[in-house]
Design a protein around this ligand. Structure first.
Ligand SMILES: [Fe+2]
Ligand SMILES: [Fe+2]
Length: 344
């Protein structure tokens, strides 16, 4: 059941959704112990903070009729429903998809805010806690900018997609800190980085372009935080424990790969929901889009040591193994910088 959409001027109070989660909270008294690379990342993060009011051109008049994605990746493109649709209805659907997409970014950012706050509590090392605190501020800023864009420039937003919610719940409820890293820093943030990258490369809308550019700089650090924190962690774990991590990654990958089919958009706009979901699932542009979302995740999974042959086979079946050797110059630049600088 989809909740009614929230509109500007809606007088409803905030709707709370409470999860029960067990979290180990770790003090660390070893202030003198330093993981230099994480300390460097912390310094980089503090220097990289930005103020949305000062930096982004909020005065931009956004023309919602202008598409923010190429036509061939629109979920219904190529179907008879799309072919028979009047131009005006196509425009309406595009705006709905735009709002749906940014709304899911917004909800994902809230999930990231909650997960980053959990990490500060539960990670054992001081440098991870210090870095994590900067991520909390980053994610708060991301929630703020997406919310503001949706409210001021689009005018309405969508509730969280149930599959995204399941994924966020999975991450937030697990008591093991490394699974939070895996789920949030590697999987969700990796997917977001790819999605943001596509928007940044395509959109000509100056506010969204700049906003995305700045958010991406932060997100690239967050993925680096995950990789640096987990890189050696699984070396000393038992095979059983490593398999559990691999299963978690696989489960999250399945949730992320073929469940985001704009169900709420079809429902709201009165299109045949099941048929449109089916079309979105099989649309060539959408298949490529969804595969591409894994281009940053698979190399990161490999870097942390969770791409065994068993996992490779499963990734192959999901059609995402081809990204195993992909490198991202922006991500590599961050690694190079934090690994090279000896003193923060
Ligand atoms: Fe974020
Ligand atoms: Fe993030």
């Amino acid at each position: 059941m989809v909740e009614p959409q929230t509109t500007v001027g809606d007088v409803k109070g905030p709707s709370l959704d409470t999860l029960e989660a067990i979290l180990d909270i770790n003090y660390t008294w070893g202030y003198e112990e330093t993981r230099q690379q994480l300390r460097n990342l912390y310094t980089k993060a503090r220097r990289g903070q930005w103020i949305p009011e000062d930096i982004l051109p909020w005065e931009t008049e956004v023309d919602l009729a202008k598409p923010n994605a190429p036509e061939h990746i629109l979920p219904l493109y190529g179907s008879s429903i799309y072919a028979n649709m009047a131009e005006e209805k196509r425009r309406e659907i595009n705006i709905e998809i735009f709002s749906w997409t940014l709304s899911q970014f917004l909800h994902g950012e809230q999930g990231a805010l909650l997960a980053a706050a959990q990490l500060v509590n539960s990670v054992p090392e001081l440098d991870s806690k210090l870095y994590g605190s900067t991520q909390v501020v980053d994610e708060a800023r991301h929630v703020d900018v997406y919310n503001r864009y949706l409210q001021d420039k689009i005018g309405f937003l969508y509730p969280v997609n149930p599959h995204l919610k399941s994924l966020l719940d999975l991450i937030l409820k697990d008591s093991r800190w490394d699974l939070k890293f895996l789920g949030m820093q590697i999987m969700v943030e990796g997917l977001a980085l790819s999605a943001f990258g596509m928007i940044r490369n395509y959109t000509t809308e100056p506010l969204l372009h700049k906003l995305t550019q700045y958010v991406m700089q932060d997100e690239a650090r967050h993925v680096a935080f995950g990789v640096l924190s987990l890189r050696d962690y699984y070396d000393s774990m038992s095979e059983k424990e490593v398999r559990e991590r691999e299963d978690f990654v696989y489960e999250a990958a399945v949730l992320m790969r073929d469940r985001f089919l704009y169900q709420e958009v079809w429902e709201k706009t009165g299109l045949p929901m099941k048929e449109c979901m089916e079309i979105s699932l099989n649309n060539t542009g959408q298949i490529m889009f969804r595969q591409l979302l894994f281009s940053k995740i698979v190399p990161a999974i490999k870097k942390v040591g969770l791409l065994s042959n068993r996992q490779r086979e499963r990734f192959h079946k999901l059609n995402i193994l081809q990204y195993e050797h992909w490198t991202d110059p922006e991500q590599e630049a961050i690694f190079a910088e934090v690994i090279a600088s000896p003193v923060a």
